[in-house]
Unconditional design. Structure first.
Length: 207
């Protein structure tokens, strides 16, 4: 997983609440188990007409937001079903950070597992960041995970909180499997000891 340290980029304003995972990536695109290729269908029903033509009024179809790396939304982002394809689609499009007042719990956890940083900030702060984002490419926003701040184009620094373990895993580009493998030697030693003391129990494959 790609580490997340400091990100400076274009932010796309999405002034919508209760954006569910079916809006983020519709169910008909969930046939794949690959984490790539879903970016073109991110927000599919919002980005395209039923005939497959772009809707010019949708933010991600406008320059410079076609290359947005940060998304700013309203409350309850990522509600609905628990599909992990939602952060996959965001990441494949190029969005590595979502800022909103709050997030659905499962979506929030899935973001951290896949290298997307969800930042919860008060609604009034999100609205200010949306105003910044509306200025386009000349108003880039910086997200510094090491210092846990969002820097507005004006230079104002806005602190945010994130779970310490999840922060470390993102900084190191490590998922839950990688975290487990850090303890491989201790796990192997435990299994060897258990095999001697309790030989009647079935063996567990070594990590």
């Amino acid at each position: 997983m790609r580490p997340f340290t400091t990100l400076t980029g274009v932010a796309a304003p999405l002034p919508m609440a209760n954006v569910d995972t079916d809006k983020i990536i519709p169910a008909r695109f969930l046939k794949t188990i690959k984490r790539t290729g879903l970016g073109k269908n991110l927000f599919d029903t919002l980005r395209y007409t039923p005939q497959g033509e772009e809707r010019p009024d949708f933010v991600l179809n406008q320059a410079p937001y076609r290359h947005a790396e940060i998304l700013i939304a309203h409350e309850n982002f990522g509600c609905g079903s628990s599909r992990e394809h939602a952060p996959w689609a965001l990441l494949d499009f190029g969005i590595r950070c979502v800022i909103a007042p709050d997030f659905a719990d499962i979506f929030h956890g899935n973001c951290f597992k896949n290298g997307v940083l969800p930042i919860a900030l008060p609604r009034e702060i999100c609205d200010l960041l949306m105003e910044d984002a509306c200025l386009g490419a000349n108003a880039r926003i910086t997200v510094d995970l090491e210092r846990q701040i969002v820097v507005r184009p004006s230079g104002e620094e806005i602190p945010f909180a994130v779970d310490a373990l999840r922060r470390r895993m993102l900084l190191e580009g490590m998922d839950e499997i990688g975290q487990t493998l850090q303890h491989a030697q201790a796990i192997d030693a435990f299994e060897a000891s258990r095999a001697q003391s309790q030989p009647w129990l079935p063996a567990i494959a070594s990590v």
